[in-house]
Design a protein around this ligand. Structure first.
Ligand code: ZN
Length: 345
C-alpha cells in the first residue's frame, strides 16, 4: 500500500497532537520582523505573499534591490491594504531568491503592517535556489543553520524568522528535497516554527512530506501545503486536512476567483474549513520587468463572492483570522509516540 492509499484510507490521520512550549516562551507567540507579538494580535492575515523577490533571476545570498523604487512601490500599497484591514503578512520570499529582512523591517516600520519572514531553503524550481552547501551538508548541519537564524537572527540582524519556508519539486521527494523536509522537521522540533512548503498540485509530494515528518515526530499541524489549489482533484485535500495539516489556497487573483471558490466549497462540504489558509501569492516588486502581482483580491472580490456562496461571517473570520493565528503561533507540535505491541494489549 502506498502512502497515498494510506492517507486516503485515513490510516495516517490518527496520531494525537502533543503541544510543547517553544524554547523561548511558555505562552505561544508569533515572531514578526519587529519582534514577538501575541497570536491574538495578528488580526486579518495574508499567510502567503511576497513583498519582493528576485525569483527568475540569478540566485543570490543577499539580494540587491533598487531600494528607492521598492519603497515607492511597496509602501503606499501596504498602507492601502492596512486601510482595508489587513494587519499581518507572512512574507514567503526565501533566502537565495530575494529575502532581505532588513528591508522588510523598514517597510514594516514605515507602514505599520506586521510581517513575518522565514528561514529555510526553496527546493522547487529544480533546486535552482538551493545553495551549494546544502547538497553536501548533513540534515543536522542544514537544520543548525536555520536554528541559528532563529536563535541569533538573520544576516547579521536581530530579526528572527516567523516560520520555515521550504519548497519541493512534484512527485516523490528527490534526495535534496528529502534533506530539506527533514531539516525543516528538525528545526520545527527545536524552535516550534511552522513549516510552509511549496508543494503545489502534487498530492504525492504532500502525502510523502506529512508521512516523513510524522515518522520523525512532527505533527502534521506544523505543516502548510502551499499552493494546494493546483491539485487536479479537490478530494485529495480533505484527508491531508483531517490529518491536521494546513491547506494553503494561495494564488487568488482576478482570473482564479471561481476556481478558488469551487475548491473552498468542496472543502466546506468535507467539513475542513478549519484547516484552510487563503492568500494571493502576490508580489509587489519582482525581478526584471515582471509586472506587479497584486494582493488585494481577497477583500475586493473574493470575500463578496464567498458571501454570495453562503459562507457566513464566522467562516470568513475563521479562514482569514483564526486559522492563520493557529497556524503561525510558535509551538512545538509533536506526534504521540506510537504504542508498542505490549502496551496495546
Ligand atoms: Zn509564493
Amino acid at each position: 500500500m502506498t502512502r497515498r492509499t494510506f492517507i486516503q484510507h485515513g490510516l495516517i490521520s490518527a496520531s494525537a497532537l502533543i503541544l510543547m512550549p517553544s524554547a523561548v516562551a511558555s505562552e505561544p507567540q508569533v515572531m514578526t520582523v519587529t519582534g514577538p507579538i501575541a497570536p491574538e494580535h495578528m488580526g486579518f492575515t495574508l499567510p502567503h505573499e511576497h513583498i519582493m523577490s528576485i525569483f527568475g533571476g540569478q540566485p543570490s545570498r543577499i539580494a540587491r534591490y533598487d531600494e528607492e523604487k521598492l519603497f515607492a512601490t511597496a509602501i503606499p500599497y501596504l498602507k492601502m491594504l492596512k486601510v482595508f484591514g489587513v494587519q499581518t503578512i507572512c512574507e514567503c520570499t526565501g533566502a537565495y531568491f530575494g529575502r532581505r529582512v532588513d528591508l522588510l523591517r523598514r517597510i514594516s516600520q514605515a507602514t505599520g503592517m506586521q510581517m513575518l519572514t522565514n528561514t529555510g531553503y526553496y527546493g522547487a524550481a529544480h533546486d535552482r535556489y538551493v545553495p551549494e552547501h546544502a547538497f553536501h551538508e548533513t540534515v543536522d548541519q542544514i537544520a543548525q543553520r536555520w536554528i541559528d537564524e532563529w536563535e541569533h537572527g538573520i544576516d547579521g540582524t536581530d530579526i528572527r524568522p516567523g516560520f520555515i519556508k521550504i519548497g519541493v519539486d512534484p512527485g516523490m521527494p528527490s534526495d535534496i528535497d528529502a534533506k530539506l523536509i527533514w531539516a525543516a522537521g528538525k528545526t520545527h522540533l527545536k524552535t516550534g516554527l511552522t513549516i510552509v512548503s511549496h508543494t503545489s498540485g502534487s498530492t504525492d509530494a504532500a502525502v510523502e512530506q506529512v508521512a516523513m515528518l510524522e515518522e520523525r515526530g512532527v505533527h502534521p499541524s506544523a505543516w502548510v501545503w502551499a499552493h494546494a489549489q493546483h491539485v487536479k482533484d479537490s478530494a485529495d485535500l480533505p484527508p491531508v486536512a483531517r490529518a491536521g495539516a494546513w491547506i494553503g489556497l494561495d494564488g487568488i487573483g482576478d482570473k482564479t476567483l471561481m476556481h478558488h471558490l469551487d475548491v473552498l466549497r468542496a472543502l466546506r462540504r468535507f467539513g475542513v474549513l478549519h484547516r484552510v489558509l487563503l492568500s494571493h501569492d502576490g508580489n509587489s516588486f519582482r525581478h526584471g520587468n515582471r509586472p506587479f502581482k497584486p494582493y488585494n483580491a481577497i477583500f475586493d472580490q473574493f470575500i463578496p463572492l464567498m458571501k454570495k456562496a453562503n459562507f457566513t461571517d464566522a467562516d470568513i473570520h475563521l479562514i482569514t483570522v483564526e486559522n492563520p493565528r493557529k497556524a503561525f503561533a510558535i509551538r512545538i507540535r509533536k506526534t504521540q509516540p506510537q504504542m508498542n505491541a505490549d502496551e496495546r494489549r
